[in-house]
Design a protein around this ligand. Sequence first.
Ligand code: UD1
Length: 368
Amino acid sequence: MIIDVIAGARPNFMKVAALFAVAGDFPSVSLRLIHTGQHYDAAMSDVFLKELELPTPHAHLGVGSGTQAEQVSAILTRYTAQVCTDRPDACVVVGDVNSTLACAIVAAKEGILLAHVEAGLRSFDRSMPEEINRMVTDRLSNVAFVSEPSGIANLAREGMPLDAIHFVGNTMIDTLLRMKRKAEGLRQHEELGLSPRAYALFTAHRPGNVDDPAMLDCICRQLEWLASQIPVVFPVHPRTRRQLESGGLWERLRGQPGLKLLEPLGYLESLALMMEAALVVTDSGGMQEETSSLGVPCLTLRANTERPITVESGTSTLIGNDWELFRRRVHTILTGPRDTQECNIPLWDGLAGRRIVQTLGRQPVLDR
Ligand code: UD1
């Protein structure tokens, strides 16, 4: 069975890596990496391919930047051309980025078996582009691989047949568990002159946070306050950097004592800094999950989450716009004892990729 595995944007690479890591154990299945090129910078793409030991892409669609409509339509056109000349038996899409949506539409229209990894997650907030991508992708999928129990309930409520839903665990956590030792060896905090558990890691890139000048200004003021409490490391996403520069906030942050602004980090560097941080402040869905697995406190700069397990059983607290809560939580984390309990989220055990490839190998190929 020939399976196209789609990756396009930064958070996709960690998820697909979990499938390629075990593919050799399933000789009846042949995985091919298709890179859409949604993220194309060395720091946003190439470093991940290398660190995560991903194969050279079978095809690179080279779509690059643009509006969401431009990105989705370019991927639709190019992936359609790709499958028309080099048809797979199945297509696996992961997560919720524009590449996920676009390739799901192509597979569904071309009658190719479509499987969605990280299916069923819902923030119930349609102002997020990712929520629309998740809803449409799930509706089109033949097979749904679910990472947490809320995904099963959401898909069942939306009418997905129960035998199409497979609760397999979390591929991002597979990769984290596989790479943890290697990341530890980097001692990345020392490179930056920081002591373990004596700094905060900060990231923000969601349009709802960084594209709105008033919100971005507010977040920057909280960031400055945080840097007055504990050293802060902030790897800046290209979208965020552009908004900070155009809003005149970049120079202000650069002058802030206690705050280190960095280029986007590679996977191992980022994981290494996360593991040793006293706390993480972020709007990234992936980091909510990774901190929950690592037992690192996470203050999430969002009012909702499509990953409720990270709040119920993990280490994430939703902050939304409640800056009083933010400061109280920072204070508690910095002054209280650290809870070092192991992660007990069901099936976040490093075996999700294995369950997925095994299940795919059993799927009947669709008639053309
Ligand atoms: C995308 C995903 C988001 C994910 C994030 C991780 C969608 C709808 N959003 O958002 O879910 O959390 O990736 O990074 O797919 N840029 C570069 N170099 C690159 C890539 C992007 O400079 O390699 C710049 C471009 O100017 C681009 C901007 O960053 O316009 C935003 O990139 P884009 O892919 O549109 O969305 P992200 O904000 O990265």
